[in-house]
Design a protein around this ligand. Sequence first.
Ligand code: UDP
Length: 245
Amino acid sequence: MFASGKPKYQRIILKVSGEALAGAQGYGIDAEMMANIAQQVAEVAELGVQTAIVVGGGNIWRGVAASARGMDRATADYVGMLATVMNSLSLQDFLEKLGVHTRVQTSVEMRQVAEPYIRRRAIRHLEKGRVVIFAGGTGNPYFSTDTTAALRAAEIEAEVILMAKNGVDGVYSADPQKNPEAIKYDELEFMDVLNQGLGVMDSTATSLCMDNNIPLLVFALGESGNICRAVMGEPIGTMVRRMKS
Ligand code: UDP
């Protein structure tokens, strides 16, 4: 149903948070959600769109939370990076079961389970029609997988970051769960996200997107077909861009 027309983007980064992988259960990996995501990615790959995915780890571990409980922050963050590898390998499995050729590249080397991150090799995989999953975050503590998405998008020259959210369909002026007056934005500038402290992504990731002019589309993951809609340029979610000068 989506095959007609030309996709708006030829190369994308899809950011899937760990929270999204947990689905309704809130922790770990929800098989139904994983199958849903894999199916949607398969549809996008079928369109010939070069697809790279950055997977979070918050469904298993968050460095900041562990550090608040007294753990050394850098160590806690390394555990978080390992959590992203677990999620990435799981997503690879779901994708390959659908016949989608997938490579996991990790910034924290573990040769037995995944390729190390090599930018030019990742691009080659994409050109060959393989989906590439970037695991291990940036490989540095004190960063996030949102920042990883921004960094990898800049590196591989992705045209957009598709930020698939769980349970929310865009960026709102306030938390729509708590404030019925909250309005949803169709478009925003990165500077508004920073100035208004909107919870789109952390400020490091937001700045990286802004400085490198990488647009960000925030939309709901749960509705099947939404990743395809985003790729086809249908007006869903909230588009965050750099200020027009
Ligand atoms: N992390 C890190 N450096 C990175 C990416 C991730 O230290 O470049 C750690 C950090 O502890 C973080 C955890 O990995 O809390 C999980 O990543 P994130 O919170 O970004 O996942 P998401 O919120 O997308 O599920």
